[in-house]
Design a protein around this ligand. Structure first.
Ligand code: FES
Length: 142
């Protein structure tokens, strides 16, 4: 009996840690990219290429433009400005590739999964914006 009690206490404590750290990580990430209010809708009827998995589309807005991609499970939206130098001129190439490349120092970012660095000098992922799908409309916001 003591063994089961010991285990359930340890397991509850571990679950609590996962919940606390898991829930707080994403929301608290402080991007180097300056804050710009983002709040717009994309009509997928007019942008039906976004139904294609892995085909990013580019939109005005954010600090340096916004790239939106469907990864087959959900939609991601990122600021196109590279966070390594946060220079307006260093923005991802709009080459419709699932790997976003910065033209300044060649950092590559995985657009399909959170904008994390694949290679290059940057240590910071792309700045993400929230994307909510409602019917055939995407709502992109801070
Ligand atoms: S500014 Fe993007 S990697 Fe150098």
């Amino acid at each position: 009996m003591n063994g089961i009690k010991w285990f359930s206490r340890r397991f509850s404590f571990f679950l609590l840690l996962v919940l606390v750290f898991g829930l707080s990580c994403d929301d608290d990430f402080d991007s180097s990219i300056p804050y710009v209010d983002v709040n717009f809708y994309i009509n997928l009827v007019n942008h039906n290429s976004l139904y294609t998995v892995g085909y990013p589309e580019y939109f005005n807005g954010g600090y340096g433009g916004i790239v939106v991609i469907n990864n087959g499970v959900s939609y991601y939206a990122y600021d196109m400005t590279c966070p390594y130098e946060t220079d307006f001129n260093c923005r991802l190439k709009d080459d419709h590739d699932v790997i976003g490349t910065c033209p300044c120092c060649d950092t590559q970012y995985n657009l399909l999964d959170g904008g994390y660095v694949i290679s290059g000098p940057s240590a910071e992922p792309l700045k993400q914006y929230r994307v909510n799908l409602s019917g055939s409309r995407l709502h992109v916001s801070n």
